[in-house]
Write a protein that binds this ligand. Sequence first.
Ligand code: AMP
Length: 550
Amino acid sequence: MDTMPFTELGLPAPLLEAIEELGYERPSAIQAMAIPVALAGHDLVGLSQTGSGKTAAFVLPALSKIDINRRKPQVLILCPTRELAIQVCEDVHRLGSKLPKLHAVPVYGGAPIGRQFRALEDGAHLIVGTPGRLLDHMRRGSFNPSEIKVTILDEADRMLDMGFREEMEEMLAQLPESRQTMFFSATMNRGVEGLIKRFGKNVQMLQIERKALTVESVEQRHYEVRERSKVEVLCRLLDLEDPRLAIVFCNTKKAVDECTEALLARGYPADRLHGDVTQQMRERVLQRFREGKVEVLVATDVAARGIDIEEIDIVFNYDVPQDPEDYVHRIGRTGRAGRSGRAITFVFGRDLYRLQNIERTIRQKITRHRVPSQEEVEDRRADSLYDSVRDRLEAGSFQGHETHIERLLDQGHTATDIAGALFTLLREATSTKGQSIAEDTTPGAGSKFDRSDSQPHRPDRSAERSSSYAGEMAKLFINLGKTHGINAKDLVGMLYREGSVPDGTLGHIKLFPRHTIVEVPEECVEKTLRALAKAKLRGKPFRINRDKQP
Ligand code: AMP
């Protein structure tokens, strides 16, 4: 998939600088489509999912249109939930970090309105908020929309699902006629169409074309790994799987640099490829990779394009790719020419959503495996030392040390002791120092691979809990279960993404035929119940409350 670089989209320099600093190497498909259209001032509809990079697709052009010297609201972004509003506002700050005087304010229900009054009075350029609270401010006069140039409806379908139609309509009707409107939605339905018809002008429809993509000859798994444990888990898997050649894909140049440095520091023959690597250097790296002098190549998607090397045993997705199509391109580099390839993806928290998206696209399951323990890695290292020593003995190529051996025997050491000492020395010389990680304390972690486990949280076995959270847990009841087609993955995605459950703290999930019990930290129960009051699972509304059983 060839997209133009960020520098050719027509974005102003301070935004390009921020993008560079964030390490984004190239626009995602929706960004490449939407940014030029939005910069040209057209209304548009972007049909895209979370994880596609849609936020930057509207935030970047919106920021380009702000006159920083006018301290009046010029951009309005509507979001369905408080969490999303906060997240979008964080993205605005990150992408606008080189616009020093930029003032963006999140406005949502459930927070003290007084503080929001002050923030708005301070002269916000951009406001992100939920429809109810925004309308409240508009009615009270604390938000004056007369200079709004750009309005964005983020997750328009969800805002309608959540019953915000009237608030949205009332608000949109009061915005200046001349404004530009961008609609973003995961799905297209009557309701969204109605909004577009009423509030859009010559709207351009942008949709990422999805080809049917399959990758059958590759064994695909995922591991739940926190960001800070990724290097350690990568090293453990490299030791256990022992690939001759492996590629590690990261989403940003920064991640490529950090991962490569960490691997080199631990003694792995690794090198990197990304957009800042010169052509000459690139050739050299690829040559060394082909010859096996570099065994682990860490790369971004763009940099890896065009690499034509047959014997890649494993592709690691150190970060879940932006786009399902990238996933297919990445893992298509292994399992070529009749070889059995392996693809390993690191996933955590919100990434599960993107993983599901990928599974839907490739129509295949990417099974979950448990992070191997340090002991397993040690056992494997000991086994391979044994293999090498035995091979040497069988090949007869160990002569030339007779005098030293004689001397040790003369000093009274037995042959077994000498061999033991040599094994120990060899192990010390070849082993890299492992680290304990949060994943090690997870009950069930460290057992041998469970290749049949396809659920991120095995729902039917209460012995397992993937959370490393040590605080008090509470049980929540949901009135949907297996017979409603609900699975644990949907629930995990929803609870982390919409239900404000902090990453990594989810406890057991038990699916019953007609209901489900999930464990969440006690401290977030109220927030989660509020956040999910109007949510849907597989398109179905549901009831969620504290479990009444003791
Ligand atoms: P979104 O779909 O907007 O929720 O974005 C998903 C994630 O992708 C966010 O964490 C962004 O920081 C990240 N992201 C957005 N655009 C890019 C890009 N062009 N390259 C790499 N990461 C990106």
